[in-house]
Design a binder for this molecule. Structure first.
Ligand SMILES: [Zn+2]
Length: 544
């Protein structure tokens, strides 16, 4: 449906029990302009104009966010663009302003969004004008622009900021606001700062900074402890169990023999293999079986970060090297010390960083971004890729000299379909970890699992086991408990063995959706065809 087809009377209702006004499933309150005006006046006296602008923007942001989710749970729009168009109704619906929206550019792929909003009779202008303060210096419709930011950010799926450029309170004929995605604002430091001071309270920001620092330290401690546990486990259970690498196949035995041989040496290792085959586990195995085991193991996925961020994450930077570099940053390569550094998806490393990495490997020293003095580099590099690096060399996407530096000792992890003997062993291992003491599989399940090609390899097998346990619970796993791709059976057959109640089924399915959306309530609510509020209520009722 299109934004223009929205019918206000369908979204606004009165709760039949209490008589409360409702917007979708959300209770609303009614306030009057003089009452709001008094509240704002008191808040202004309490916190001053700048902090108040921040508080009001955040309050508006929340209104816009909820409105976007609410309206989407009520209507299915033809496109996200139509959904954004619908924001113009929020102004009149909430009594904020009579707004007109014009979208100039909307492209979620490239994260670029531009729109402008003109509005008449903003209630905020009304509030302040009745106090008769002089606000001719700056626009004052913070709740309204906050609400548009919140609404658009939800629709666009990434941060959108709306700035008022002219306000009726300043004597203009109408208010005019400009909305853009973060990148479209260019994110120059002064602009960002100005926008964020509008959005966040200062004490809150400081608190976040402290929490971030604490989190970082806790993560470092955790990974050190995990490393220790892994080493101890390896000592207690020599062989496959302790390393977490489970195998029986001849191909894996050969690979592990090679890993054992290369581990104690200083050689750079390149691990090749399809994604999901467990390349990082092999890298960790090499690390724990090397003389570097008491030093850190650090990993980075080259495909996960944009080039500029990856560069400073890897090589570090000095204070003032670029906008936002307000302190020295050591970089992951140096933080690894004498440990092992795992570069996953090395084929995706941008060419300019390839040259930089090559220099590090050749000269054994690192020059942080913006820094003059090189720092000695002592860690061992273990790289991994699921790409054919030789063909990337031919396409001029990967440096040949770097390839030969990395592939001093190449290892290849075979796809799961080429080592069928490992499938049952791995399945039992995962099953035991997910649900200790579980009753196992029916023979038909074993057959299905051994004939399925597992394009997602060990990772897919692990997910498959989690899925099966959700459906089967403690019971023996039957073909109908396997994901459709593996069992290729009708989904209804999957529940035919225990015929759960509708309520129980709803619970299992909700859990499955939450798992697949990594507990993202907004996404889960969308998949379940409900609002976030309703989802929260249901989770509460189900005791989840
Ligand atoms: Zn205004």
């Amino acid at each position: 449906m299109r934004a223009e087809d929205i019918k206000l009377s369908e979204i606004f209702s009165q709760d039949p029990g209490t008589g409360f006004p409702m917007f979708g499933t959300q209770r609303m309150i009614m306030s009057s302009l003089p009452a709001m005006s008094q509240l704002m006046q008191q808040l202004l006296a309490l916190m001053g104009p700048e902090q108040l602008a921040g508080v009001l923007s955040r309050y508006g942001y929340r209104i816009g966010m909820t409105a976007a989710l609410n309206i989407a749970s009520h209507y299915e729009f033809d496109s996200p663009r139509e959904w954004l168009e619908a924001s113009r109704y929020i102004g009149s619906m909430t009594g904020m302003a009579d707004a007109r929206l014009e979208i100039h550019h909307f492209d979620r792929e490239t994260r670029s969004l531009r729109f402008s909003v003109t509005c008449q009779s903003s209630f905020e202008v009304g509030c302040w004008q009745s106090i008769e303060l002089d606000f001719t210096q700056k626009p004052i419709c913070h709740i309204f622009t906050g609400a548009l930011s919140g609404f658009a950010s939800v629709v666009f799926g990434s941060e959108v900021l709306v700035k008022e450029v002219a306000c009726q309170a300043q004597g203009h004929g109408h208010c005019l606001a400009e909305g853009r995605s973060a990148s479209e604002w260019g994110m120059s430091p002064s602009e960002v700062q100005e926008l964020w001071t509008q959005m966040e309270l200062k004490p809150f920001e400081k608190e976040m900074e402290i929490l971030r620092e604490k989190l970082k330290k806790a993560q470092t401690d955790l990974s050190t402890h995990q490393e220790k546990i892994r080493r101890l486990e390896a000592k207690i259970h020599p062989g496959s169990e302790g390393s977490g690498i489970i195998y029986r196949s001849t191909r894996m035995k050969k690979l592990m023999l090679l890993a054992d041989k290369v581990a104690p040496t200083q050689s750079t290792v390149l691990i090749q293999g399809e994604s999901g085959t467990g390349k990082e586990m092999i890298a960790r195995y090499i690390h724990t079986h090397s003389g570097r085991a008491d030093h850190p193991f650090r990993a980075v996925n080259c495909a996960a970060l944009p080039a500029a961020l990856l560069e400073s994450e890897l090589f570090g930077h000095v204070k003032g090297a670029f906008t936002g570099a307000d302190s020295n940053h050591k970089g992951l390569l140096l933080e690894t010390g004498k440990g092992s550094f795992f570069l996953d998806e090395i084929g995706e490393l941008p060419l300019e960083l390839q040259s930089k990495l090559l220099r590090v490997l050749q000269e054994k020293e690192i020059r942080p971004v913006g820094g003059l003095d090189p720092v000695p580099f002592e860690a061992r590099i273990i790289a991994a890729t699921n790409q054919d690096l030789k063909s990337r060399i031919k396409e001029k996407l990967f440096r040949e000299d770097l390839y030969y530096r990395l592939a001093v000792f190449p290892l290849t992890v075979d796809p799961l379909c080429e080592r069928k003997e490992d499938i049952l062993l791995l399945s039992r291992y995962f099953l035991d970890r997910i649900q200790p003491g579980h009753h196992g599989f029916s023979p038909a399940v074993v057959r299905m699992m051994e004939t399925y090609p597992w394009p997602g390899n060990v990772r897919e097998l692990k997910n498959c086991m989690e899925y099966a346990v959700i459906l089967a619970g403690q019971d023996r796993i039957l073909p109908e408990h396997l994901p459709l791709s593996v069992s290729s059976e009708d989904p209804l057959t999957a529940i035919s063995h225990d015929l759960p109640t509708f309520r129980e089924l709803e619970k299992r399915y909700t859990r499955l959706v939450l798992k697949n959306t990594h507990q993202n309530k907004t996404q889960a609510a969308r998949i379940l065809g409900t609002s976030v509020t309703t989802l929260w209520r249901r989770l509460n009722e189900m005791g989840m």
